[in-house]
Design a protein around this ligand. Structure first.
Ligand code: BTN
Length: 268
């Protein structure tokens, strides 16, 4: 059985069944943000699949300018450097593969019914357990690298007031202490599998994503700079933007960067 607090490079690498994801690994005791560090390493030529992991972050970054609370010993804070081979559209779609991989890794290691709340949250029992921040370095011709940052709440027993009603941790939801090394390893393996499936059979990949989606088919409220509207999430485009049929019957394409999408009945 794996040691309980086993976030070491050796524990993650033991039995890791990937070809590229996490084959290079940098484990830091403390860093401002693994995404920031990974972007610097990517600019310096770090290889495809390099994993940057920290035991704590002093300035963890969330989506839409928010922070990500990253105390030592509680969560998983990782960034993976990916150098996508395909089109920029495929690179953008990587966010779907990262979300699918995180959800599947959580299901695999905890048995919790984790689902994807588009675009980048993993939720279980209506509560957020994981968030993702993808940052791309590209010019008009090609994508040089994508840094996929993932934060997973694992051992937290309590949360700050502002997220107390919307966040939870894997330990709290499954009722026992989860191995962080095992979740990281599962994430790396599932990501490699998801990217391979998308390259081999895009339709099958989209079906696999839809099976884990909490958003598709649901009633949603879209909160954007230009206003708020409600509708039903009908599907995704090939680049991963959300298609929402508004209550007025109009089909709107929703870009992840622009909006907050909420379920009508609460957070999910
Ligand atoms: C969100 O839900 O707002 C996204 C949170 C992403 C947090 C992770 S933790 C590891 C990586 N480094 C960061 O600074 N952010 C991401």
């Amino acid at each position: 059985m794996e040691r309980m607090d086993d976030l070491t490079a050796e524990a993650i690498a033991a039995g890791l069944e990937t070809e590229w994801a996490g084959r290079e690994m940098i484990l830091l005791d403390s860093v401002d943000s693994t995404n920031r560090r990974a972007r610097m390493l990517a600019a310096d030529g770090a290889v495809h699949g390099t994993l940057v992991l920290a035991k704590r972050q002093t300035a963890g970054r969330g989506r839409r300018g928010r922070g990500w609370i990253s105390p030592e010993g509680e969560g998983i804070f990782l960034s993976l450097i990916v150098r996508p081979e395909g089109t920029p559209e495929q690179a953008v779609r990587l966010s779907l593969a990262v979300a699918l991989a995180a959800a599947r890794a959580i299901v695999r290691e905890t048995g919790i019914d984790a689902c994807i709340k588009w675009p980048n949250d993993i939720v279980a029992q209506g509560l957020k357990v994981c968030g993702m921040l993808l940052e791309m370095d590209a010019d008009e011709h090609c994508v040089h690298s994508v840094v996929a940052g993932v934060g997973i709440n694992v051992h937290q027993q309590a949360f700050p007031e502002e997220i107390r009603h919307t966040a939870s941790s894997l330990d709290l939801l499954c009722g026992h202490r989860v191995s962080r090394a095992a979740v990281v390893r599962a994430f790396l393996e599932e990501l490699e599998a998801a990217v391979a499936l998308d390259n081999r059979d895009h339709e099958a990949f989209m079906r696999a994503y839809a099976e884990r989606s909490a958003t598709l088919g649901s009633r949603v409220q879209v909160i954007s700079l230009s206003g708020t509207y409600t509708g039903t999430a009908e599907g995704l485009t090939h680049s991963g933007t959300l298609l929402v049929r508004t209550d007025d019957g109009e089909l709107r394409e929703v870009l992840a960067a622009d909006v907050s999408v909420r379920g009508i009945m609460g957070y999910v």
